[in-house]
Each structure stands twice: as C-alpha cells, then as structure tokens.
Design a binder for this molecule. Sequence first.
Ligand code: ATP
Length: 355
Amino acid sequence: MRFSVRIQDAVKRYGDFYAVNHITLDIEGGEFFTLLGPSGCGKTTLLRMIAGFNEIDGGDIRFGDRRMNDIPPHRRNTGMVFQNYAIFPHLSVADNVAYGLHARSIPAEERTQRTREALALMHIENLADRMPSQLSGGQQQRVALARAIVIRPDVLLMDEPLSNLDAKLRLAMRTNIRGIQKELGITTVYVTHDQEEALAISDRIAVMRDGNVMQVGTPRTVYMHPANAFVADFIGTSNFLAGTVHEASFDVMGRLSFAGGLAGGYRGEVKVSVRPEEVRLTSPEDSSLHGTVKRVTYLGTNEEYEIVLEGGETLLAKVYRTRDVQPYAVGDSVGVSFARDALTLYTPDGKEALS
Ligand code: ATP
C-alpha cells in the first residue's frame, strides 16, 4: 500500500510568527517529494508536523484517508533520517537496524532476515558487527537509512540527510537514495536547502519561503517555468533585466525587441529573467545590446563571463566551450542576445510570472 500525504491548510505558529502559514500540499503515494527553501523558511517545521513531533496549530495532515493530527509520532509508522544520523552509539550496526523491529515485537527469525535485507540494500552487510564509532560519516548515514526502511514505513521522512557528507559522497548517496526509494516505492518527503540536490532527486518539489509555498512542480517545471522571481533566483541562477511590454511586442533594456504581446493584455514595465546558459555572446555588430567582459571564470566544462552592459547592469553568461570556440577575454566588447523562449517576464515586483 502506497500512502499519499495530504496537507491541508496546515499552520504552525510561534507567538505571532507563522513558521508554517496555511500550507496545502498533495503528495502522491510512492512519490519522492522535496521541501526546498532557504534557511528558516519552515521546511523542517513542516516535516516535523508530518512526523508528529510538532503539534499542528491549524489544518489537517492525512496519510491516505487517515487523519493524523492527534496520532503520536511512534504510531504514525514513519521512517526518519536526520542530518546528524542519530544512530545509537552503544549498539552495533545490526542492532541499530533491528531496533525498530524489536520495538514492534517482530519475532527473532523475521527480525534477522529483515535486518539482513536492509543492510544488503544499503551495501553494508560487511559492517553488521561494527560499532558506530568505527564507521565513516557515509557509512553511518547508510545505517540510519537501513534503520528507517527496515520497519517498512508508510512514509519516509528525511531532513537534510546528506549535508554532513563530502561533495562526492553526497552525489553517490543521492543516487543510491533515489534508487532505493523507487525500488521500494515508499512515499518520501525530503527536506533540503540545496537546489541542485532537489532537482536531481525529486519527482516534485515545493519551493518554500517565509512559511509559504511559492511553487509546486517537477524539477523541470520549477527550473524552466518559475512562478515568480524568487523561484527563478533560488533555483539555479537568473539574470534580471528591465523590460517593457507594448501592444504587440516587448523589449529588453530598450535595446532588444521581441514580437508578440502578452496574453491578458498586460502593458508596461516588466522584470525579465534569463538563465546564464541562455545568454548568447556575439561580436558587437551582431546585436543591439552591448557590454564589456569584466571577469572570466574557467570552470572546466564551461566558462562564466561577467558582462557589464552599457547602462551599468551586470549580466552572467555561461558558455559551454568546444575546442574551436574562441573565448572572450577581460575588456572585450561583446554583443548580447537571447532567444524569446529563454526569457520569463514578471510583474515589476517579481511576484508573478506573466509568460
Ligand atoms: P533550516 O534550513 O535552517 O533548518 P528551515 O526552513 O528548516 O531552516 P525551520 O527550522 O522550519 O526552518 O524554522 C522555521 C522558522 O520557525 C524559523 O524562523 C525558526 O526560527 C522558527 N522556529 C522554529 N522552531 C521554533 C521554536 N520552537 N520557537 C520559535 N520559533 C521557532
């Protein structure tokens, strides 16, 4: 049975402060769903409400059809994995993993069998008899994961589980977590502030800010079609430029003109975003928008250019080089242009996407 998690109008208040401000989310059974946002946006608070560690001040949380608001944490059948592993230091790896099975009075034979399976799934069978102090951080996190899944939870909850691991291990573990989650089909809610990790691991992402949800969508949707300027800026990198919408066209910086007005008849000033990888650099005579290269950063697979436009605005451009592309140097004059599809238009305050 794959349980959906339905969060309806959920509220968590500390005094006058809304850590979770009337949030509604529908997480499908078997889905890998990520709460993503900057520090303090309320993602841990919401995760702890799902787990039952934080009381709910308003709204409902349901697993399937069952209302969970008043069910204590140990009766919700969730598996939890934390940033700091939180495994028991005085128990061996196997005993750590078997702990939840003891608590559920699973008979000894089945306990041994299921513990062995969970260890195998995490590729740590060989560590069964070690103590936690004899393990690396990555191995400890595998133990924590094995312990969470061995109980066959209805919902798996993970709070920044990879933050304490080094960059290479983080990449390997996220592939591993994603693979196991899909294999077992456990509905998973995952908290991270790392947008790249969220894009890589999730079926869908809720982007949060100040206790509110800014956008819910697949990784591709939130990256390609951000609902507002905050999402465009938080997920990946975006350049923001001034534009104006006319009757049947719009311009960027008064220099580049694009045919077609906006649906709904919007006219006037807009904020325009464009990703660095969508900025095209040309020779100055090939575009009516010009700038000067201020900084070049070599990043192996690509080069990042900081361009200062004529009006003083700064623009980041990312260029994936093939061997025969001549790089630009600091001080070079360049032309700048964009494809229409690469531009997203927002209201001037950035709060709402218009296209
Ligand atoms: P981080 O990535 O830094 O963990 P987060 O998005 O998980 O951030 P939360 O831990 O959910 O953020 O906190 C949300 C807000 O609620 C923060 O402003 C925090 O200071 C506040 N908060 C959390 N717990 C309490 C508490 N017990 N009393 C008062 N305020 C709290």
